[in-house]
Design a binder for this molecule. Structure first.
Ligand SMILES: [Zn+2]
Ligand SMILES: [Zn+2]
Length: 212
């Protein structure tokens, strides 16, 4: 394919690095590294951890092994706000070039599992065979590529928080415009009813809010 012509990534080196960060070698690492190489190339990014480090944002649709590989190869992370976790449960990620606006969504093909089996039919360890197959299969066999448009909100961009407000119910502070307004009053997501936790007890509580 034309990939090696313009932008060449060192697959073996990148895989070794991602295995080190992730903690083990698995099919997800191979898939994630290859997905990242393809995604970066599609948006014209050559040096994601160097000169291009401020030009890439990735939306990952899975929190699985491959996600760590994407982080390792691209240098994008939640903490840098250059990786956005979209909880879709899909083996897919969108690579966005902030400079050009070009965004490509890379989806792992479901039929690649079957194709992988055909590569190593005699392998008694199905999983090991799949892993090896993912290393040598063509990108066309592994992925689907989709050009998409992504509107990234100012409050989702890397950089200093645009706003910081205090929740009127719990008194905790909310940044990056994640507050919800009820009757004109700012509430955190949890107090607005969208929380993932229920408070059992609390210690070291900051000065309590006047409201509750
Ligand atoms: Zn893994
Ligand atoms: Zn609150």
């Amino acid at each position: 394919m034309q990939l090696e012509e313009k932008i060449s990534f060192d697959f073996t080196g990148l895989l070794a690095e991602s295995v080190k960060i992730h903690g083990h070698l698995c099919a997800g690492q191979v898939l994630g590294v290859r997905m990242s190489m393809l995604g970066l190339r599609e948006i014209g990014i050559t040096d994601p951890k160097g000169s291009d480090r401020k030009n890439v944002i990735i939306f990952v649709e899975m929190d699985r092994c491959a996600t760590d590989a994407v982080q390792s190869v691209t240098g994008c992370s939640l903490g840098k706000r250059s990786m956005k976790f979209m909880d879709y449960g899909k083996m897919a990620a969108t690579f966005l070039n902030l400079k050009t606006g070009k965004a490509m969504r890379i989806i792992a093909r479901e039929d690649s599992r079957q194709k992988a089996k055909e590569h190593f039919p005699e392998s008694d360890n199905k999983y090991a065979g799949q892993l090896e197959a993912y290393k040598i299969m063509t990108e066309e066999d592994l992925f689907e590529v989709m050009e998409v448009r992504v509107a990234i909100r100012p409050e989702d961009m890397p950089g200093r928080p645009l706003r910081r407000v205090r929740c009127e119910a719990c008194g905790e502070h909310v940044q990056d415009m994640r507050e919800v307004y009820r009757d004109g009053k700012p509430l955190c997501v949890s107090c607005a009813g969208g929380g993932y936790y229920v408070v059992e007890s609390s210690e070291f509580k900051v000065q309590s809010s006047k409201i509750l």
